[in-house]
Design a protein around this ligand. Sequence first.
Ligand code: DMJ
Length: 447
Amino acid sequence: MMKFAWDNYKHYAWGKNELRPLTRNGHIGTMFGGLRGASIIDSLDTLYIMDLLEEYEEAKDWVENNLDLNSNGESSLFEVNIRYVGGLLSAYYLTGNEVFKKKVLELGEKLLPAFNTPTGIPRGVINLGSGTSWSWGWASAGSSILAEFGTLHLEFVHLSELSNNPVFREKVMNIRKLLNKIEKPHGLYPNFLSPVTGNWVQHHVSLGGLGDSFYEYLIKSYLMSDKTDEEAKKMYYSALEAIEANLVQQSPGGLTYLAEWRGGILDHKMGHLACFAGGMLGIGAEDGAPEKKQRYLDLAGEITHTCHESYTRSATKLGPEAFRFDAGAEATATRLSERYYILRPEVIESYMYMWRLTHDPKYREWGWEAVEALEKHCRVEGGYSGIRDVYASAVSHDNMQQSFFLSETLKYLYLLFSDDDLLPLQDWVFNTEDQPEIFFCVCILKT
Ligand code: DMJ
């Protein structure tokens, strides 16, 4: 599947950000400003891990000769960080090739002006050429987004390690300090924060879009520090207490889900994005309080089960962008606008973690169901495409092969069906784009 996705990208969209598999051309998009080659950067480690070494070499040569970091245009700080910084870091840790280190440190420097705000909370958009930064037009009152400024920690700590320049670590430690100090409604972290005043702008809490990977980076920061980052540990488990008390719900049909919270009112909806939480709860279970460990592992299994249900209840056996537990719905989308599937990884991500943690064969069976559904409904002649309605048996394709399909969906599937000693969870953490970053304690580079 990776070879097919890659070959088509190479053939029809080489050097562009993503492939449009139906029209067989490249897509630039609006998230990366002038940066190009998102699918190449996102694929480097996947190709290398899968032993597709000829393809990896082509990708590496492109980075060396064509990755131009002197670009203008609106870039998302978050997307550039998780895909480009994360992708280059993981390629460096896996291969030891200095070209990746050189490029990633150059790129890291270009992201720093986004932090020049009264609070040091970065704004969401940056022009990498001029260093000007601003907030997303759609974000309430010029606010910054929790899942964006809260998903820089792993990569920025590594940038400091590699450069011996403390500035990157200082920037993310400052974000953490502010988040630790600020009052949290019911212990929860709302999704919007003002980079000017440092106050929450709205009380919307979600483990789906806008909130998700902030929680993921707390537990992963702790694990990546070889379990020395006590502050991250404390923040993660306190957030989890608040999530359990306020967001974890049971449907009438017995499914456990994570509702969204709007100023005290629950929205009984779970996004596909929130399905990463099965894996997160799983990897965090072991270090929870002794009386909570089993509870967290059970919760991880229950959430993963619910997400699997959102797949099995559709005609295509792929899950919708969001599913609901109200008005008689049980893990199904009720709105037309929430029925699409864009090759997202989160459900398969949780299968992979739960397989590694429990070795219950059902997780591989569920992963295989997803492979069959992807092959049947998403594979087209020119690559893989998202679909517009998971409930329609005659599918309509969206003509996009997302770069995270190569970075995450296919890599998680590969790891699900590999032995546990391929990137063991004891030695590696995966950033939110599934790019492996090595633990500090066992930093052995291949040369
Ligand atoms: C990825 O880019 C990352 O996993 C991110 O944290 C959330 N969304 C996409 C994939 O769905």
